[in-house]
Design a protein around this ligand. Structure first.
Ligand SMILES: Nc1ncnc2c1ncn2[C@@H]1O[C@H](COP(=O)(O)OP(=O)(O)OP(=O)(O)O)[C@@H](O)[C@H]1O
Ligand SMILES: [Mg+2]
Length: 485
């Protein structure tokens, strides 16, 4: 049984019951000398019908009321015959009054519904705007928008997708789906996006009222979801297209105002994507500038100070060889000076490596982390399950984090072993550094942990530090290989 049929049946049952009840009451009140003015009692039946089911039902009930009043109450009873023109006139006045009153009642009900809907819409927009202003993480914002759109638009399924540079689209949020064909993270291929994408790129929303005859992969996926109709709306950033929002209905076409209602949310998402994109780009620039500076310093140290020091050490050794045997003490002095200079060379090399490790640029993560592990004063169990080279900023960030964590473990943890694991799956890098030391790490007490968090956030990643007292310290980092927004 469809919903509208049920509604229709309810309306008729209620109308018949109301007209019968009012007729009974009118008959009791009227006695044998009923007056046509009593028909006004039927407004008690017409009004509730007008408010709940609308004006068309109310007019039908008005006509039924007039007939029931004439037939059952007005003498001669059980006949539709009218005794005089006055009676006919009274019933006509009742009909007109009932029609006008039901029109007004239905309209005020519509107004009340519209203002309630507007209130709900504004509430939802306000909640989303608060998340945008707070700079909430993308996943949280997208999920919130998908959750708001469903109940607000009477949609059964909602989704948000982001267009990628290669013409594909990635599903970033969805709700109310029955299967996993369009799970979050799914890449939708350009040919699947099809004409949909082209219309959205022109800034137009796309409405499909019946997926039945629509060809193509996307329509097939939608049909498999049981969705019959949808409205998709572009999310624009400046003049470009960032993504799309789509709502679907399993019952039939969505109301005409759906596009307009979605537009406010699309605008907020556009503002969010634009400002977050700018923020991420500027953070990435800050990190890249710092990395450039470190690279420059490392080169200057290597090519300048280090080379000079090597040359000086050679000269010193040459001078040492020339010292006559009787100047034994001078020889000893010069010898210790040469040793000091060799030590300084090592120290300089160590500093240069810490600033910007050449081995990382040359060999990638595994050899660079091996160097860090060898240098550490405690045993390190290193497990790097990454064979390919990763983007430079990602490799640098991992190196930076591991270096800081191993230094921390050596300085503060009294650990007997530190486990370092790096792996990549689903386009994200996962790093963990866990020691079995004293725990109690607190970012507020230094700048190392805060620096790690800032650096990872600049790459749109997340850091978690768990360090219960006496139970070791685990630092976990997760970051996308490609920037997300
Ligand atoms: N692995 C660890 N085990 C135990 N305590 C730790 C560990 N790592 C950090 N801590 C504690 O947390 C504090 C903050 O660490 P953080 O790295 O931010 O600063 P720091 O190492 O003291 O100084 P720096 O700014 O040079 O890194 C440390 O001072 C230390 O008390
Ligand atoms: Mg530290």
């Amino acid at each position: 049984m469809t919903l509208s049929f049920r509604r229709w049946l309810n309306a008729w049952s209620a109308s018949v019951a109301l007209v019968a009840a009012v007729t009974g009451a009118a008959k009791l009140l009227a006695g044998p000398t009923a007056v046509p003015g009593l028909s006004v009692l039927y407004l008690l039946a017409v009004l509730p019908v007008a408010v709940v089911w609308g004006v068309r039902f109310a007019i039908a009930v008005s006509v039924a009321s007039t007939l029931a009043f004439d037939f059952f109450v007005l003498p001669p009873v059980y006949s539709l015959q009218l005794t005089d023109r006055e009676e006919g006139f009274s019933l006509a006045v009742f009909l007109i009054t009932a029609a006008v009153v039901s029109g007004l009642a239905a309209r005020s009900r519509r107004d009340a519904q519209e203002s309630a809907q507007l209130g709900r819409e504004q509430g939802a927009l306000r909640r989303v705007a608060t998340l945008v202003a707070r700079g909430a993480p993308p996943a949280e914002l997208f999920a919130a928008v998908a959750a708001e759109l469903g109940p607000l638009l009477g949609a059964d399924a909602t989704g948000i997708a982001r267009f990628e540079a290669d013409g594909t689209a990635t599903v970033v949020a969805r709700l109310g789906h029955r299967n996993d064909a369009m799970a979050v993270g799914t890449r939708v291929m350009p040919e699947q996006v099809g004409a949909f994408g082209a219309a959205l790129a022109r800034g137009q929303s796309v409405r499909v009222d019946d997926y039945g005859p629509v060809p193509g992969h996307f329509a097939a996926v939608v049909r498999a979801e049981g969705v019959r109709a949808s409205v998709a709306c572009p999310i624009a950033v400046g003049d470009g297209l960032w993504g799309l929002m789509i709502v679907g209905s399993r019952r039939g076409p969505l109301p005409a105002a759906t596009e307009q209602r979605m537009a406010g949310f699309a605008e907020l998402l556009g503002i969010y994507a634009e400002s977050r994109g700018r923020l991420m780009a500027s953070r990435a620039r800050v990190v890249a500038a710092a990395d450039d500076a470190r690279r420059r310093i490392e080169r200057d140290l290597h090519d300048g100070a280090q080379q000079e020091l090597i040359a000086l050490t050679f000269q010193l050794k040459a001078a040492l060889a020339a010292v006559p045997a009787e100047y034994h003490e001078l020889g000893v002095e010069l010898n210790s000076l040469a040793d000091g200079m060799s030590g300084l060379q090592d120290e300089l090399q160590r500093i240069a490596r810490g600033i910007h490790p050449a081995v990382l640029a040359k060999g990638g993560l595994e050899p660079a982390l091996n160097v860090l592990a060898r240098r550490a004063p405690m045993p390190i169990e290193l497990n790097v399950a990454v064979e390919e080279r990763l983007p430079e900023r990602v490799e640098l960030a991992v190196y930076y984090v591991v270096s800081e964590m191993l230094t921390n473990a050596a300085k503060h943890a009294q650990a007997s072993v530190v486990q370092v694991a790096v792996e990549v799956h689903d386009g994200r890098l996962h790093l963990s550094v866990c020691d079995d030391g004293v725990g109690g790490a607190d970012p507020a007490r230094g700048s190392g942990l805060v620096g790690v968090k800032d650096r990872i956030e600049a790459l749109d990643g997340v850091t978690s530090v768990q360090s219960p007292l006496g139970a070791g310290t685990a630092v976990k980092v997760e970051l996308p290989l490609e920037p997300v927004l």
